[in-house]
Design a binder for this molecule. Structure first.
Ligand code: MG
Length: 363
């Protein structure tokens, strides 16, 4: 099965409520879609969001990377030669990890279809279902408390609370949320690079003393400040999760060797797709670290590729795949079933998404 054609389209889906972090505010998913067609007529789909503040991607740069660099390098290649195809994808240009991720997942979709199995099984997995958290955006405390209570009422048992914009007052904010949702809900805290190292130690220690009982603190300091990350990790008892600090397998190994973080957050848009993400899973296993699989503001297509990865690997013990739950509508057909906190994997071959809007119908 050879790659015959790689095409792009756009999808736009309004969010249920604006998504606010220490870095940005967004009110809709507006992503680039990819369709890879094989010479036997079968198709694989992928998606990439333009997350300029984290990956540097825009819709235009994603489209240009795929059409002018990636497609010429991959068209004509054999899908079953996954190693050769993925090496060509990695080497055709540097960076541009989101564009690569969209094509990587579409090729994996085709590969798994050619095996006649759902992708998570092709990747060696057997988890039929996984549990995701839901993100609570940064807002005034009463609004965040209300959003957290609503999420719990919807059935989410794990919340990811965005902080990092207000320094020490984050302690009171988190304490209020903990009191509102009770002790049984798991709380993850994501500062999105919003603190500096010593301030972070003070805030996290304050949270521990206030009884917030956070499962982890995600990316407390700027991505480049790995020294700061290591400083915090060695001084607080709450586990630290590296997110923006770890894009590639090389980043992951560097963080693991220094024990600059306790956990790693793998996102396909940072790694450049599943092929590279698997290397991070393997490295984490070697070092005895646990992984989260997360997403950017992605709709069900890209999130489903990530869900297959999460369902495939035991080292992935945390899932942050709430993109579909944040979207107001679902324009796709097929794929895993998203029922609030529970993601039930599809048993159809590939990623499982068969209906994707925006592409011309082929016979
Ligand atoms: Mg994060």
């Amino acid at each position: 099965m050879k790659i015959a054609k790689i095409e792009t389209a756009e999808v736009q889906i309004p969010l249920r409520t604006p998504f606010k972090t220490a870095l940005r505010t967004v009110d809709s998913v507006h992503d680039l879609l990819v369709r890879v067609t094989a010479d036997d007529g079968s198709v694989g789909y992928g998606e990439a969001p333009p997350t300029a503040v984290i990956t540097g991607d825009t819709l235009g740069s994603l489209k240009c990377a795929i059409e002018e660099f990636i497609a010429p390098a991959l068209v004509g290649r054999d899908v079953e030669d996954l190693d050769g195809t993925m090496t060509a994808l990695e080497r055709c240009m540097v960076k541009n990890t989101s564009a690569k991720a969209a094509v990587d997942m579409a090729v994996f979709d085709l590969f798994a279809q050619s095996c006649g199995k759902p992708l998570y099984q092709v990747l060696g997995g057997a988890k039929h279902q996984i549990e995701t958290d839901l993100t609570i955006s940064v807002n005034p405390t009463p609004e965040m408390v209300r959003d957290a209570q609503e999420a719990v009422a919807r059935g989410f048992r794990i919340l990811k609370i965005k902080v990092g914009k207000d320094g020490l007052s984050d302690i009171q904010r988190l304490k209020a949320i903990r009191q509102a949702v009770g002790p049984l809900i798991t709380i993850r805290v994501d500062a999105n690079q919003g603190w500096e190292a010593k301030q972070a130690v003070r805030i996290i220690t304050g949270m521990e003393d206030a009884g917030v009982d956070a499962e982890l603190i995600e990316q407390p300091v700027p991505a480049h400040d790995v020294d700061g990350l290591a400083y915090i990790t060695s001084r607080v008892s709450t586990p630290i999760l590296a997110d923006e600090a770890v894009f590639s397998p090389v980043d992951a190994i560097s963080i693991l060797q220094r024990h600059a973080a306790d956990y790693l957050n793998i996102k396909l848009m940072k790694t450049g797709g599943i092929w590279q993400a698997l290397k991070i899973c393997n490295a984490a296993e070697v070092y005895g670290a646990k992984c989260m699989v997360g997403c950017m503001l992605e709709s069900k297509l890209a999130v489903s590729a990530a869900a297959h990865l999460a369902a495939a690997r035991g080292v992935v013990t945390m899932v942050d795949l709430d993109g579909p739950s944040l979207c107001s509508t679902d324009p796709y057909t097929g794929g895993p079933l998203y029922n609030e906190g529970t993601i039930l994997m599809n048993e159809t071959p590939g990623i499982g998404i068969t209906g994707v809007p925006g592409f011309e119908v082929t016979q």
